[in-house]
Design a binder for this molecule. Sequence first.
Ligand SMILES: *Cc1c(COP(=O)(O)O)cnc(C)c1O
Length: 205
Amino acid sequence: MSAFSFHETKNVISGEGGLLAINQPQYANRAEIIREKGTNRSSFFRGEVDKYGWVDIGSSFLPSDIVSAYLFAQLETLDEIQARRKAIWQRYWDRLAPVLPEFDVHLPFLPEFATNNAHMFYLVCRDLAQRTKLIAALKAQGIHAVFHYLSLHDSPYFQRKHDGRPLPNSDRFSNCLVRLPMFYELGDSDVDYVCNSILSHLSAS
Ligand SMILES: *Cc1c(COP(=O)(O)O)cnc(C)c1O
């Protein structure tokens, strides 16, 4: 089984929601029941049984028709959405990759084996202070750039369970990573505006 998220921050969205891909029929049948509140209602609709009832555990995991319609339209234009997001990603890269390393700001790394899903474009700053100033400078230009996940081992819940070993890479990405705006409607001139704002801030500081 594999899961895909349609959370509002993703490339294709339904607000909240996701997709479960299953490659074995027996699990697909059970998943269908679990998402239908533990009932075999889907079988009933297909005419396989003459009444439906509770046959397993479950809850209400079905998206509504309205949400599904909203999502379906995006799935129909998935190639277009991905092509645009990749173009935005590439434009950021082309403008920033040659110049940012001299400011000790690093760009995403794509290993040979990986493909780019153009989900996000991020920078990794030198330290927390540099990132804090960059986010503030962009905000002053009307650009909403954000930091990303905080380390699990630092979270109030997991702190108690963590054995205390240092996790320097985790700390580094918590403190130094900044996400740049990345959405389908972002125009080329918007991307250029973001890049110019980053470069003028870094050159001046
Ligand atoms: C993907 C994502 C979520 C939600 O993920 P689900 O698997 O849909 O629950 C929440 N916050 C951020 C920042 C995310 O990128």
